[in-house]
Each structure stands twice: as structure tokens, then as C-alpha cells.
Write a protein that binds this ligand. Structure first.
Ligand code: GUN
Length: 282
């Protein structure tokens, strides 16, 4: 039987509608949530992501400011920009788009963002809160994945969850969120042995590595829920996830499409975090 599609586009639209109402309610009290986006360099994918984030802000009434800095920007100038935004009372959320140019120490920049305005949840204080089980700002893609799983009614307590990918942005925080919901979590990466067997043991299988069609049908347990975080561009220009969608959807019970799965949820969670940050700061 073909898997049911976990429609991130539709769920994100619901979340955005709720955010829009909250923003309107805050605006009535004279508070307009504001997001500042810092984009350094001219990575084409980053440009598309940033454009989508700014557009989503406009749609929901969140005020947005975009700071485009040249690829050769000095680390000092970038840090000064972040410090100025930390001090700006009209800016409730700060997002520094990654990746940063190679000459810039990304962790130094992320640690400079005020934890209260860190709507990406990348600051060590926010990641630490997640580890300690008292999350404040949760990274947007993992938060979006959890929302999709809950929307599908996937039972997490006691389930086996396998996360392929160990990035600070997705794999690690997602593993913590799944663990907090009592799943038995395994994190796999490029050095993992027996990846196929481990993946095939998963009730919830998440792929977040950035390799087109890494997850084959043989890696999916019948009846599993498959979440595809990958966005890869194929030589013909089309987009493809980390999962072989046709093969996996013949085996899984639930699957996210690419595009239209996790991607829209990331942006929806960003807007939620922005409103949460504004509420906390007022
Ligand atoms: N680059 C890829 N994903 C993200 C994200 O979620 N936030 C930021 N700031 N940069 C990214």
C-alpha cells in the first residue's frame, strides 16, 4: 500500500494563519514582532531561503529587515552588525543565515546573538536548555519535524527513531527532541556501519544528510514514518530529497515529500519562534 503523504505545505499554512492572528493581537497592543535577517555572501541557495523567510514574515505581519553583506565582509563588521541588532528594541529575532563565508568563525557569530533573540535556537545557551530538557528556542527544522510527527499522530513513546545526519542544525537537536518524547533514538552518520540494517529497524526514520536518494526502499521498515529533510538539486535542475521517494513510499506508512514536506515547516517554526521571542521580550 502506498504511504500517506505528510503534507508540510498544508500544515505550515495552518501554523502561519495562527501566527498571523497572534501578530495582529500583539499589534493591537502596539507591539510588532520584528525579525532581522543577516545574509553574508552570495550563496544562491541561501538567497532563496532568505527570500522565502522574508516573504513569510510579510504575509504574517512580522516586520522584517534584511542585511545583505558582501562575501568579503570582515568578521568584525559582521559581529558589529549582530551587536547592534542585539541592542535594537524593535528587533525581537535575529537570524544569521548559514553557511557563512569560510574566513568567518561561524560559532563566534552565533554565540554573539543574544540568546533571547536567537530564533534559530543555535546559541549554546539554547542548545544547552534543550539538552537539559527545558527548551526555550528550539531550532526550526527539528521543531517542524516534531510538529509533522504529531500531526500524523505517530506514537513516539517507546518507538525506535533513527536520525541519519548529526548536524548541529538538524540531527543533534532532533535526536534530543525525540529522546524527550521517550523514543529510543539512534543517530547515524557517514562513518556508521550497517546503515541499512539500522535504518530498517526504525519506526521513525529521518534523513538529514544532503545526499540525493541515500535512503532506498530496502532501508525502510514496512509501516514506518519517513521524514525527508534533504533538499538536493539534481543535474536536470529538479529538487530531490535524501529519500528515494517512489521506493520508500511503497513501503512506509507515512512519508514527507520534497518539496512540500519539512521545508515549509521550517519557515513556519521560525515565525512561531519570532512571536515567542517578541512575547518574552515585552
Ligand atoms: N542554513 C540552512 N538552514 C538554516 C537554518 O535553519 N537557519 C539558518 N540561520 N541558516 C540555515
Amino acid at each position: 500500500m502506498a504511504a500517506r503523504i505528510l503534507d508540510g505545505k498544508a500544515l505550515a499554512a495552518q501554523v502561519r494563519a495562527a501566527v498571523k492572528q497572534e501578530v495582529a493581537a500583539l499589534s493591537q497592543r502596539g507591539i510588532r514582532p520584528g525579525l532581522a535577517v543577516v545574509l553574508a555572501g552570495d550563496n544562491p541557495a541561501s538567497r532563496v531561503y532568505v527570500r522565502n523567510k522574508v516573504r513569510a514574515c510579510e504575509e504574517t505581519g512580522v516586520r522584517s529587515e534584511l542585511y545583505e553583506l558582501p562575501a568579503a565582509v570582515s568578521e568584525e563588521a559582521l559581529l558589529d552588525r549582530v551587536l547592534a541588532l542585539n541592542d535594537d528594541a524593535d528587533v525581537h529575532g535575529i537570524l544569521v543565515q548559514l553557511p557563512l563565508p569560510k574566513h568567518i568563525n561561524a560559532s563566534k557569530v552565533l554565540e554573539t546573538v543574544s540568546p533571547a533573540k536567537d530564533i534559530d535556537g543555535f546559541h549554546a545557551a539554547n542548545l544547552g536548555a534543550l539538552v537539559a530538557g527545558v527548551p526555550h528556542m528550539v531550532p526550526c527544522t527539528p521543531a517542524g519535524v516534531m510538529r509533522l510527527l504529531d500531526h500524523a499522530g505517530v506514537q513516539l513513546a517507546g518507538a525506535r527513531a533513527v536520525v541519519i545526519g548529526r548536524s548541529n542544525i538538524v540531527g543533534k537537536p532532533l535526536a534530543l527532541l525525540l529522546l524527550a518524547r521517550d523514543a529510543t533514538v539512534t543517530v547515524c552518520h557517514s562513518k556508521s556501519r550497517d546503515l541499512q540494517d539500522i535504518a530498517r529497524s526504525a519506526d521513525v526514520l529521518v534523513a538529514a544528510v544532503g545526499r540525493a536518494k541515500l535512503v532506498t526502499g530496502a532501508m525502510v521498515k514496512p509501516g514506518a514514518c519517513v521524514i525527508d529533510v534533504g533538499v538536493n538539486r539534481l543535474p536536470d535542475g529538479s529538487l530531490c530529497g535524501d529519500v528515494d521517494f517512489a521506493a520508500a513510499s511503497a513501503v512506509a506508512a507515512w512519508i514527507t515529500p520534497v518539496p512540500g514536506g519539512v521545508g515549509p515547516m521550517t519557515i513556519a517554526m521560525l515565525l512561531e519562534n519570532c512571536v515567542r521571542a517578541a512575547r518574552t521580550q515585552i
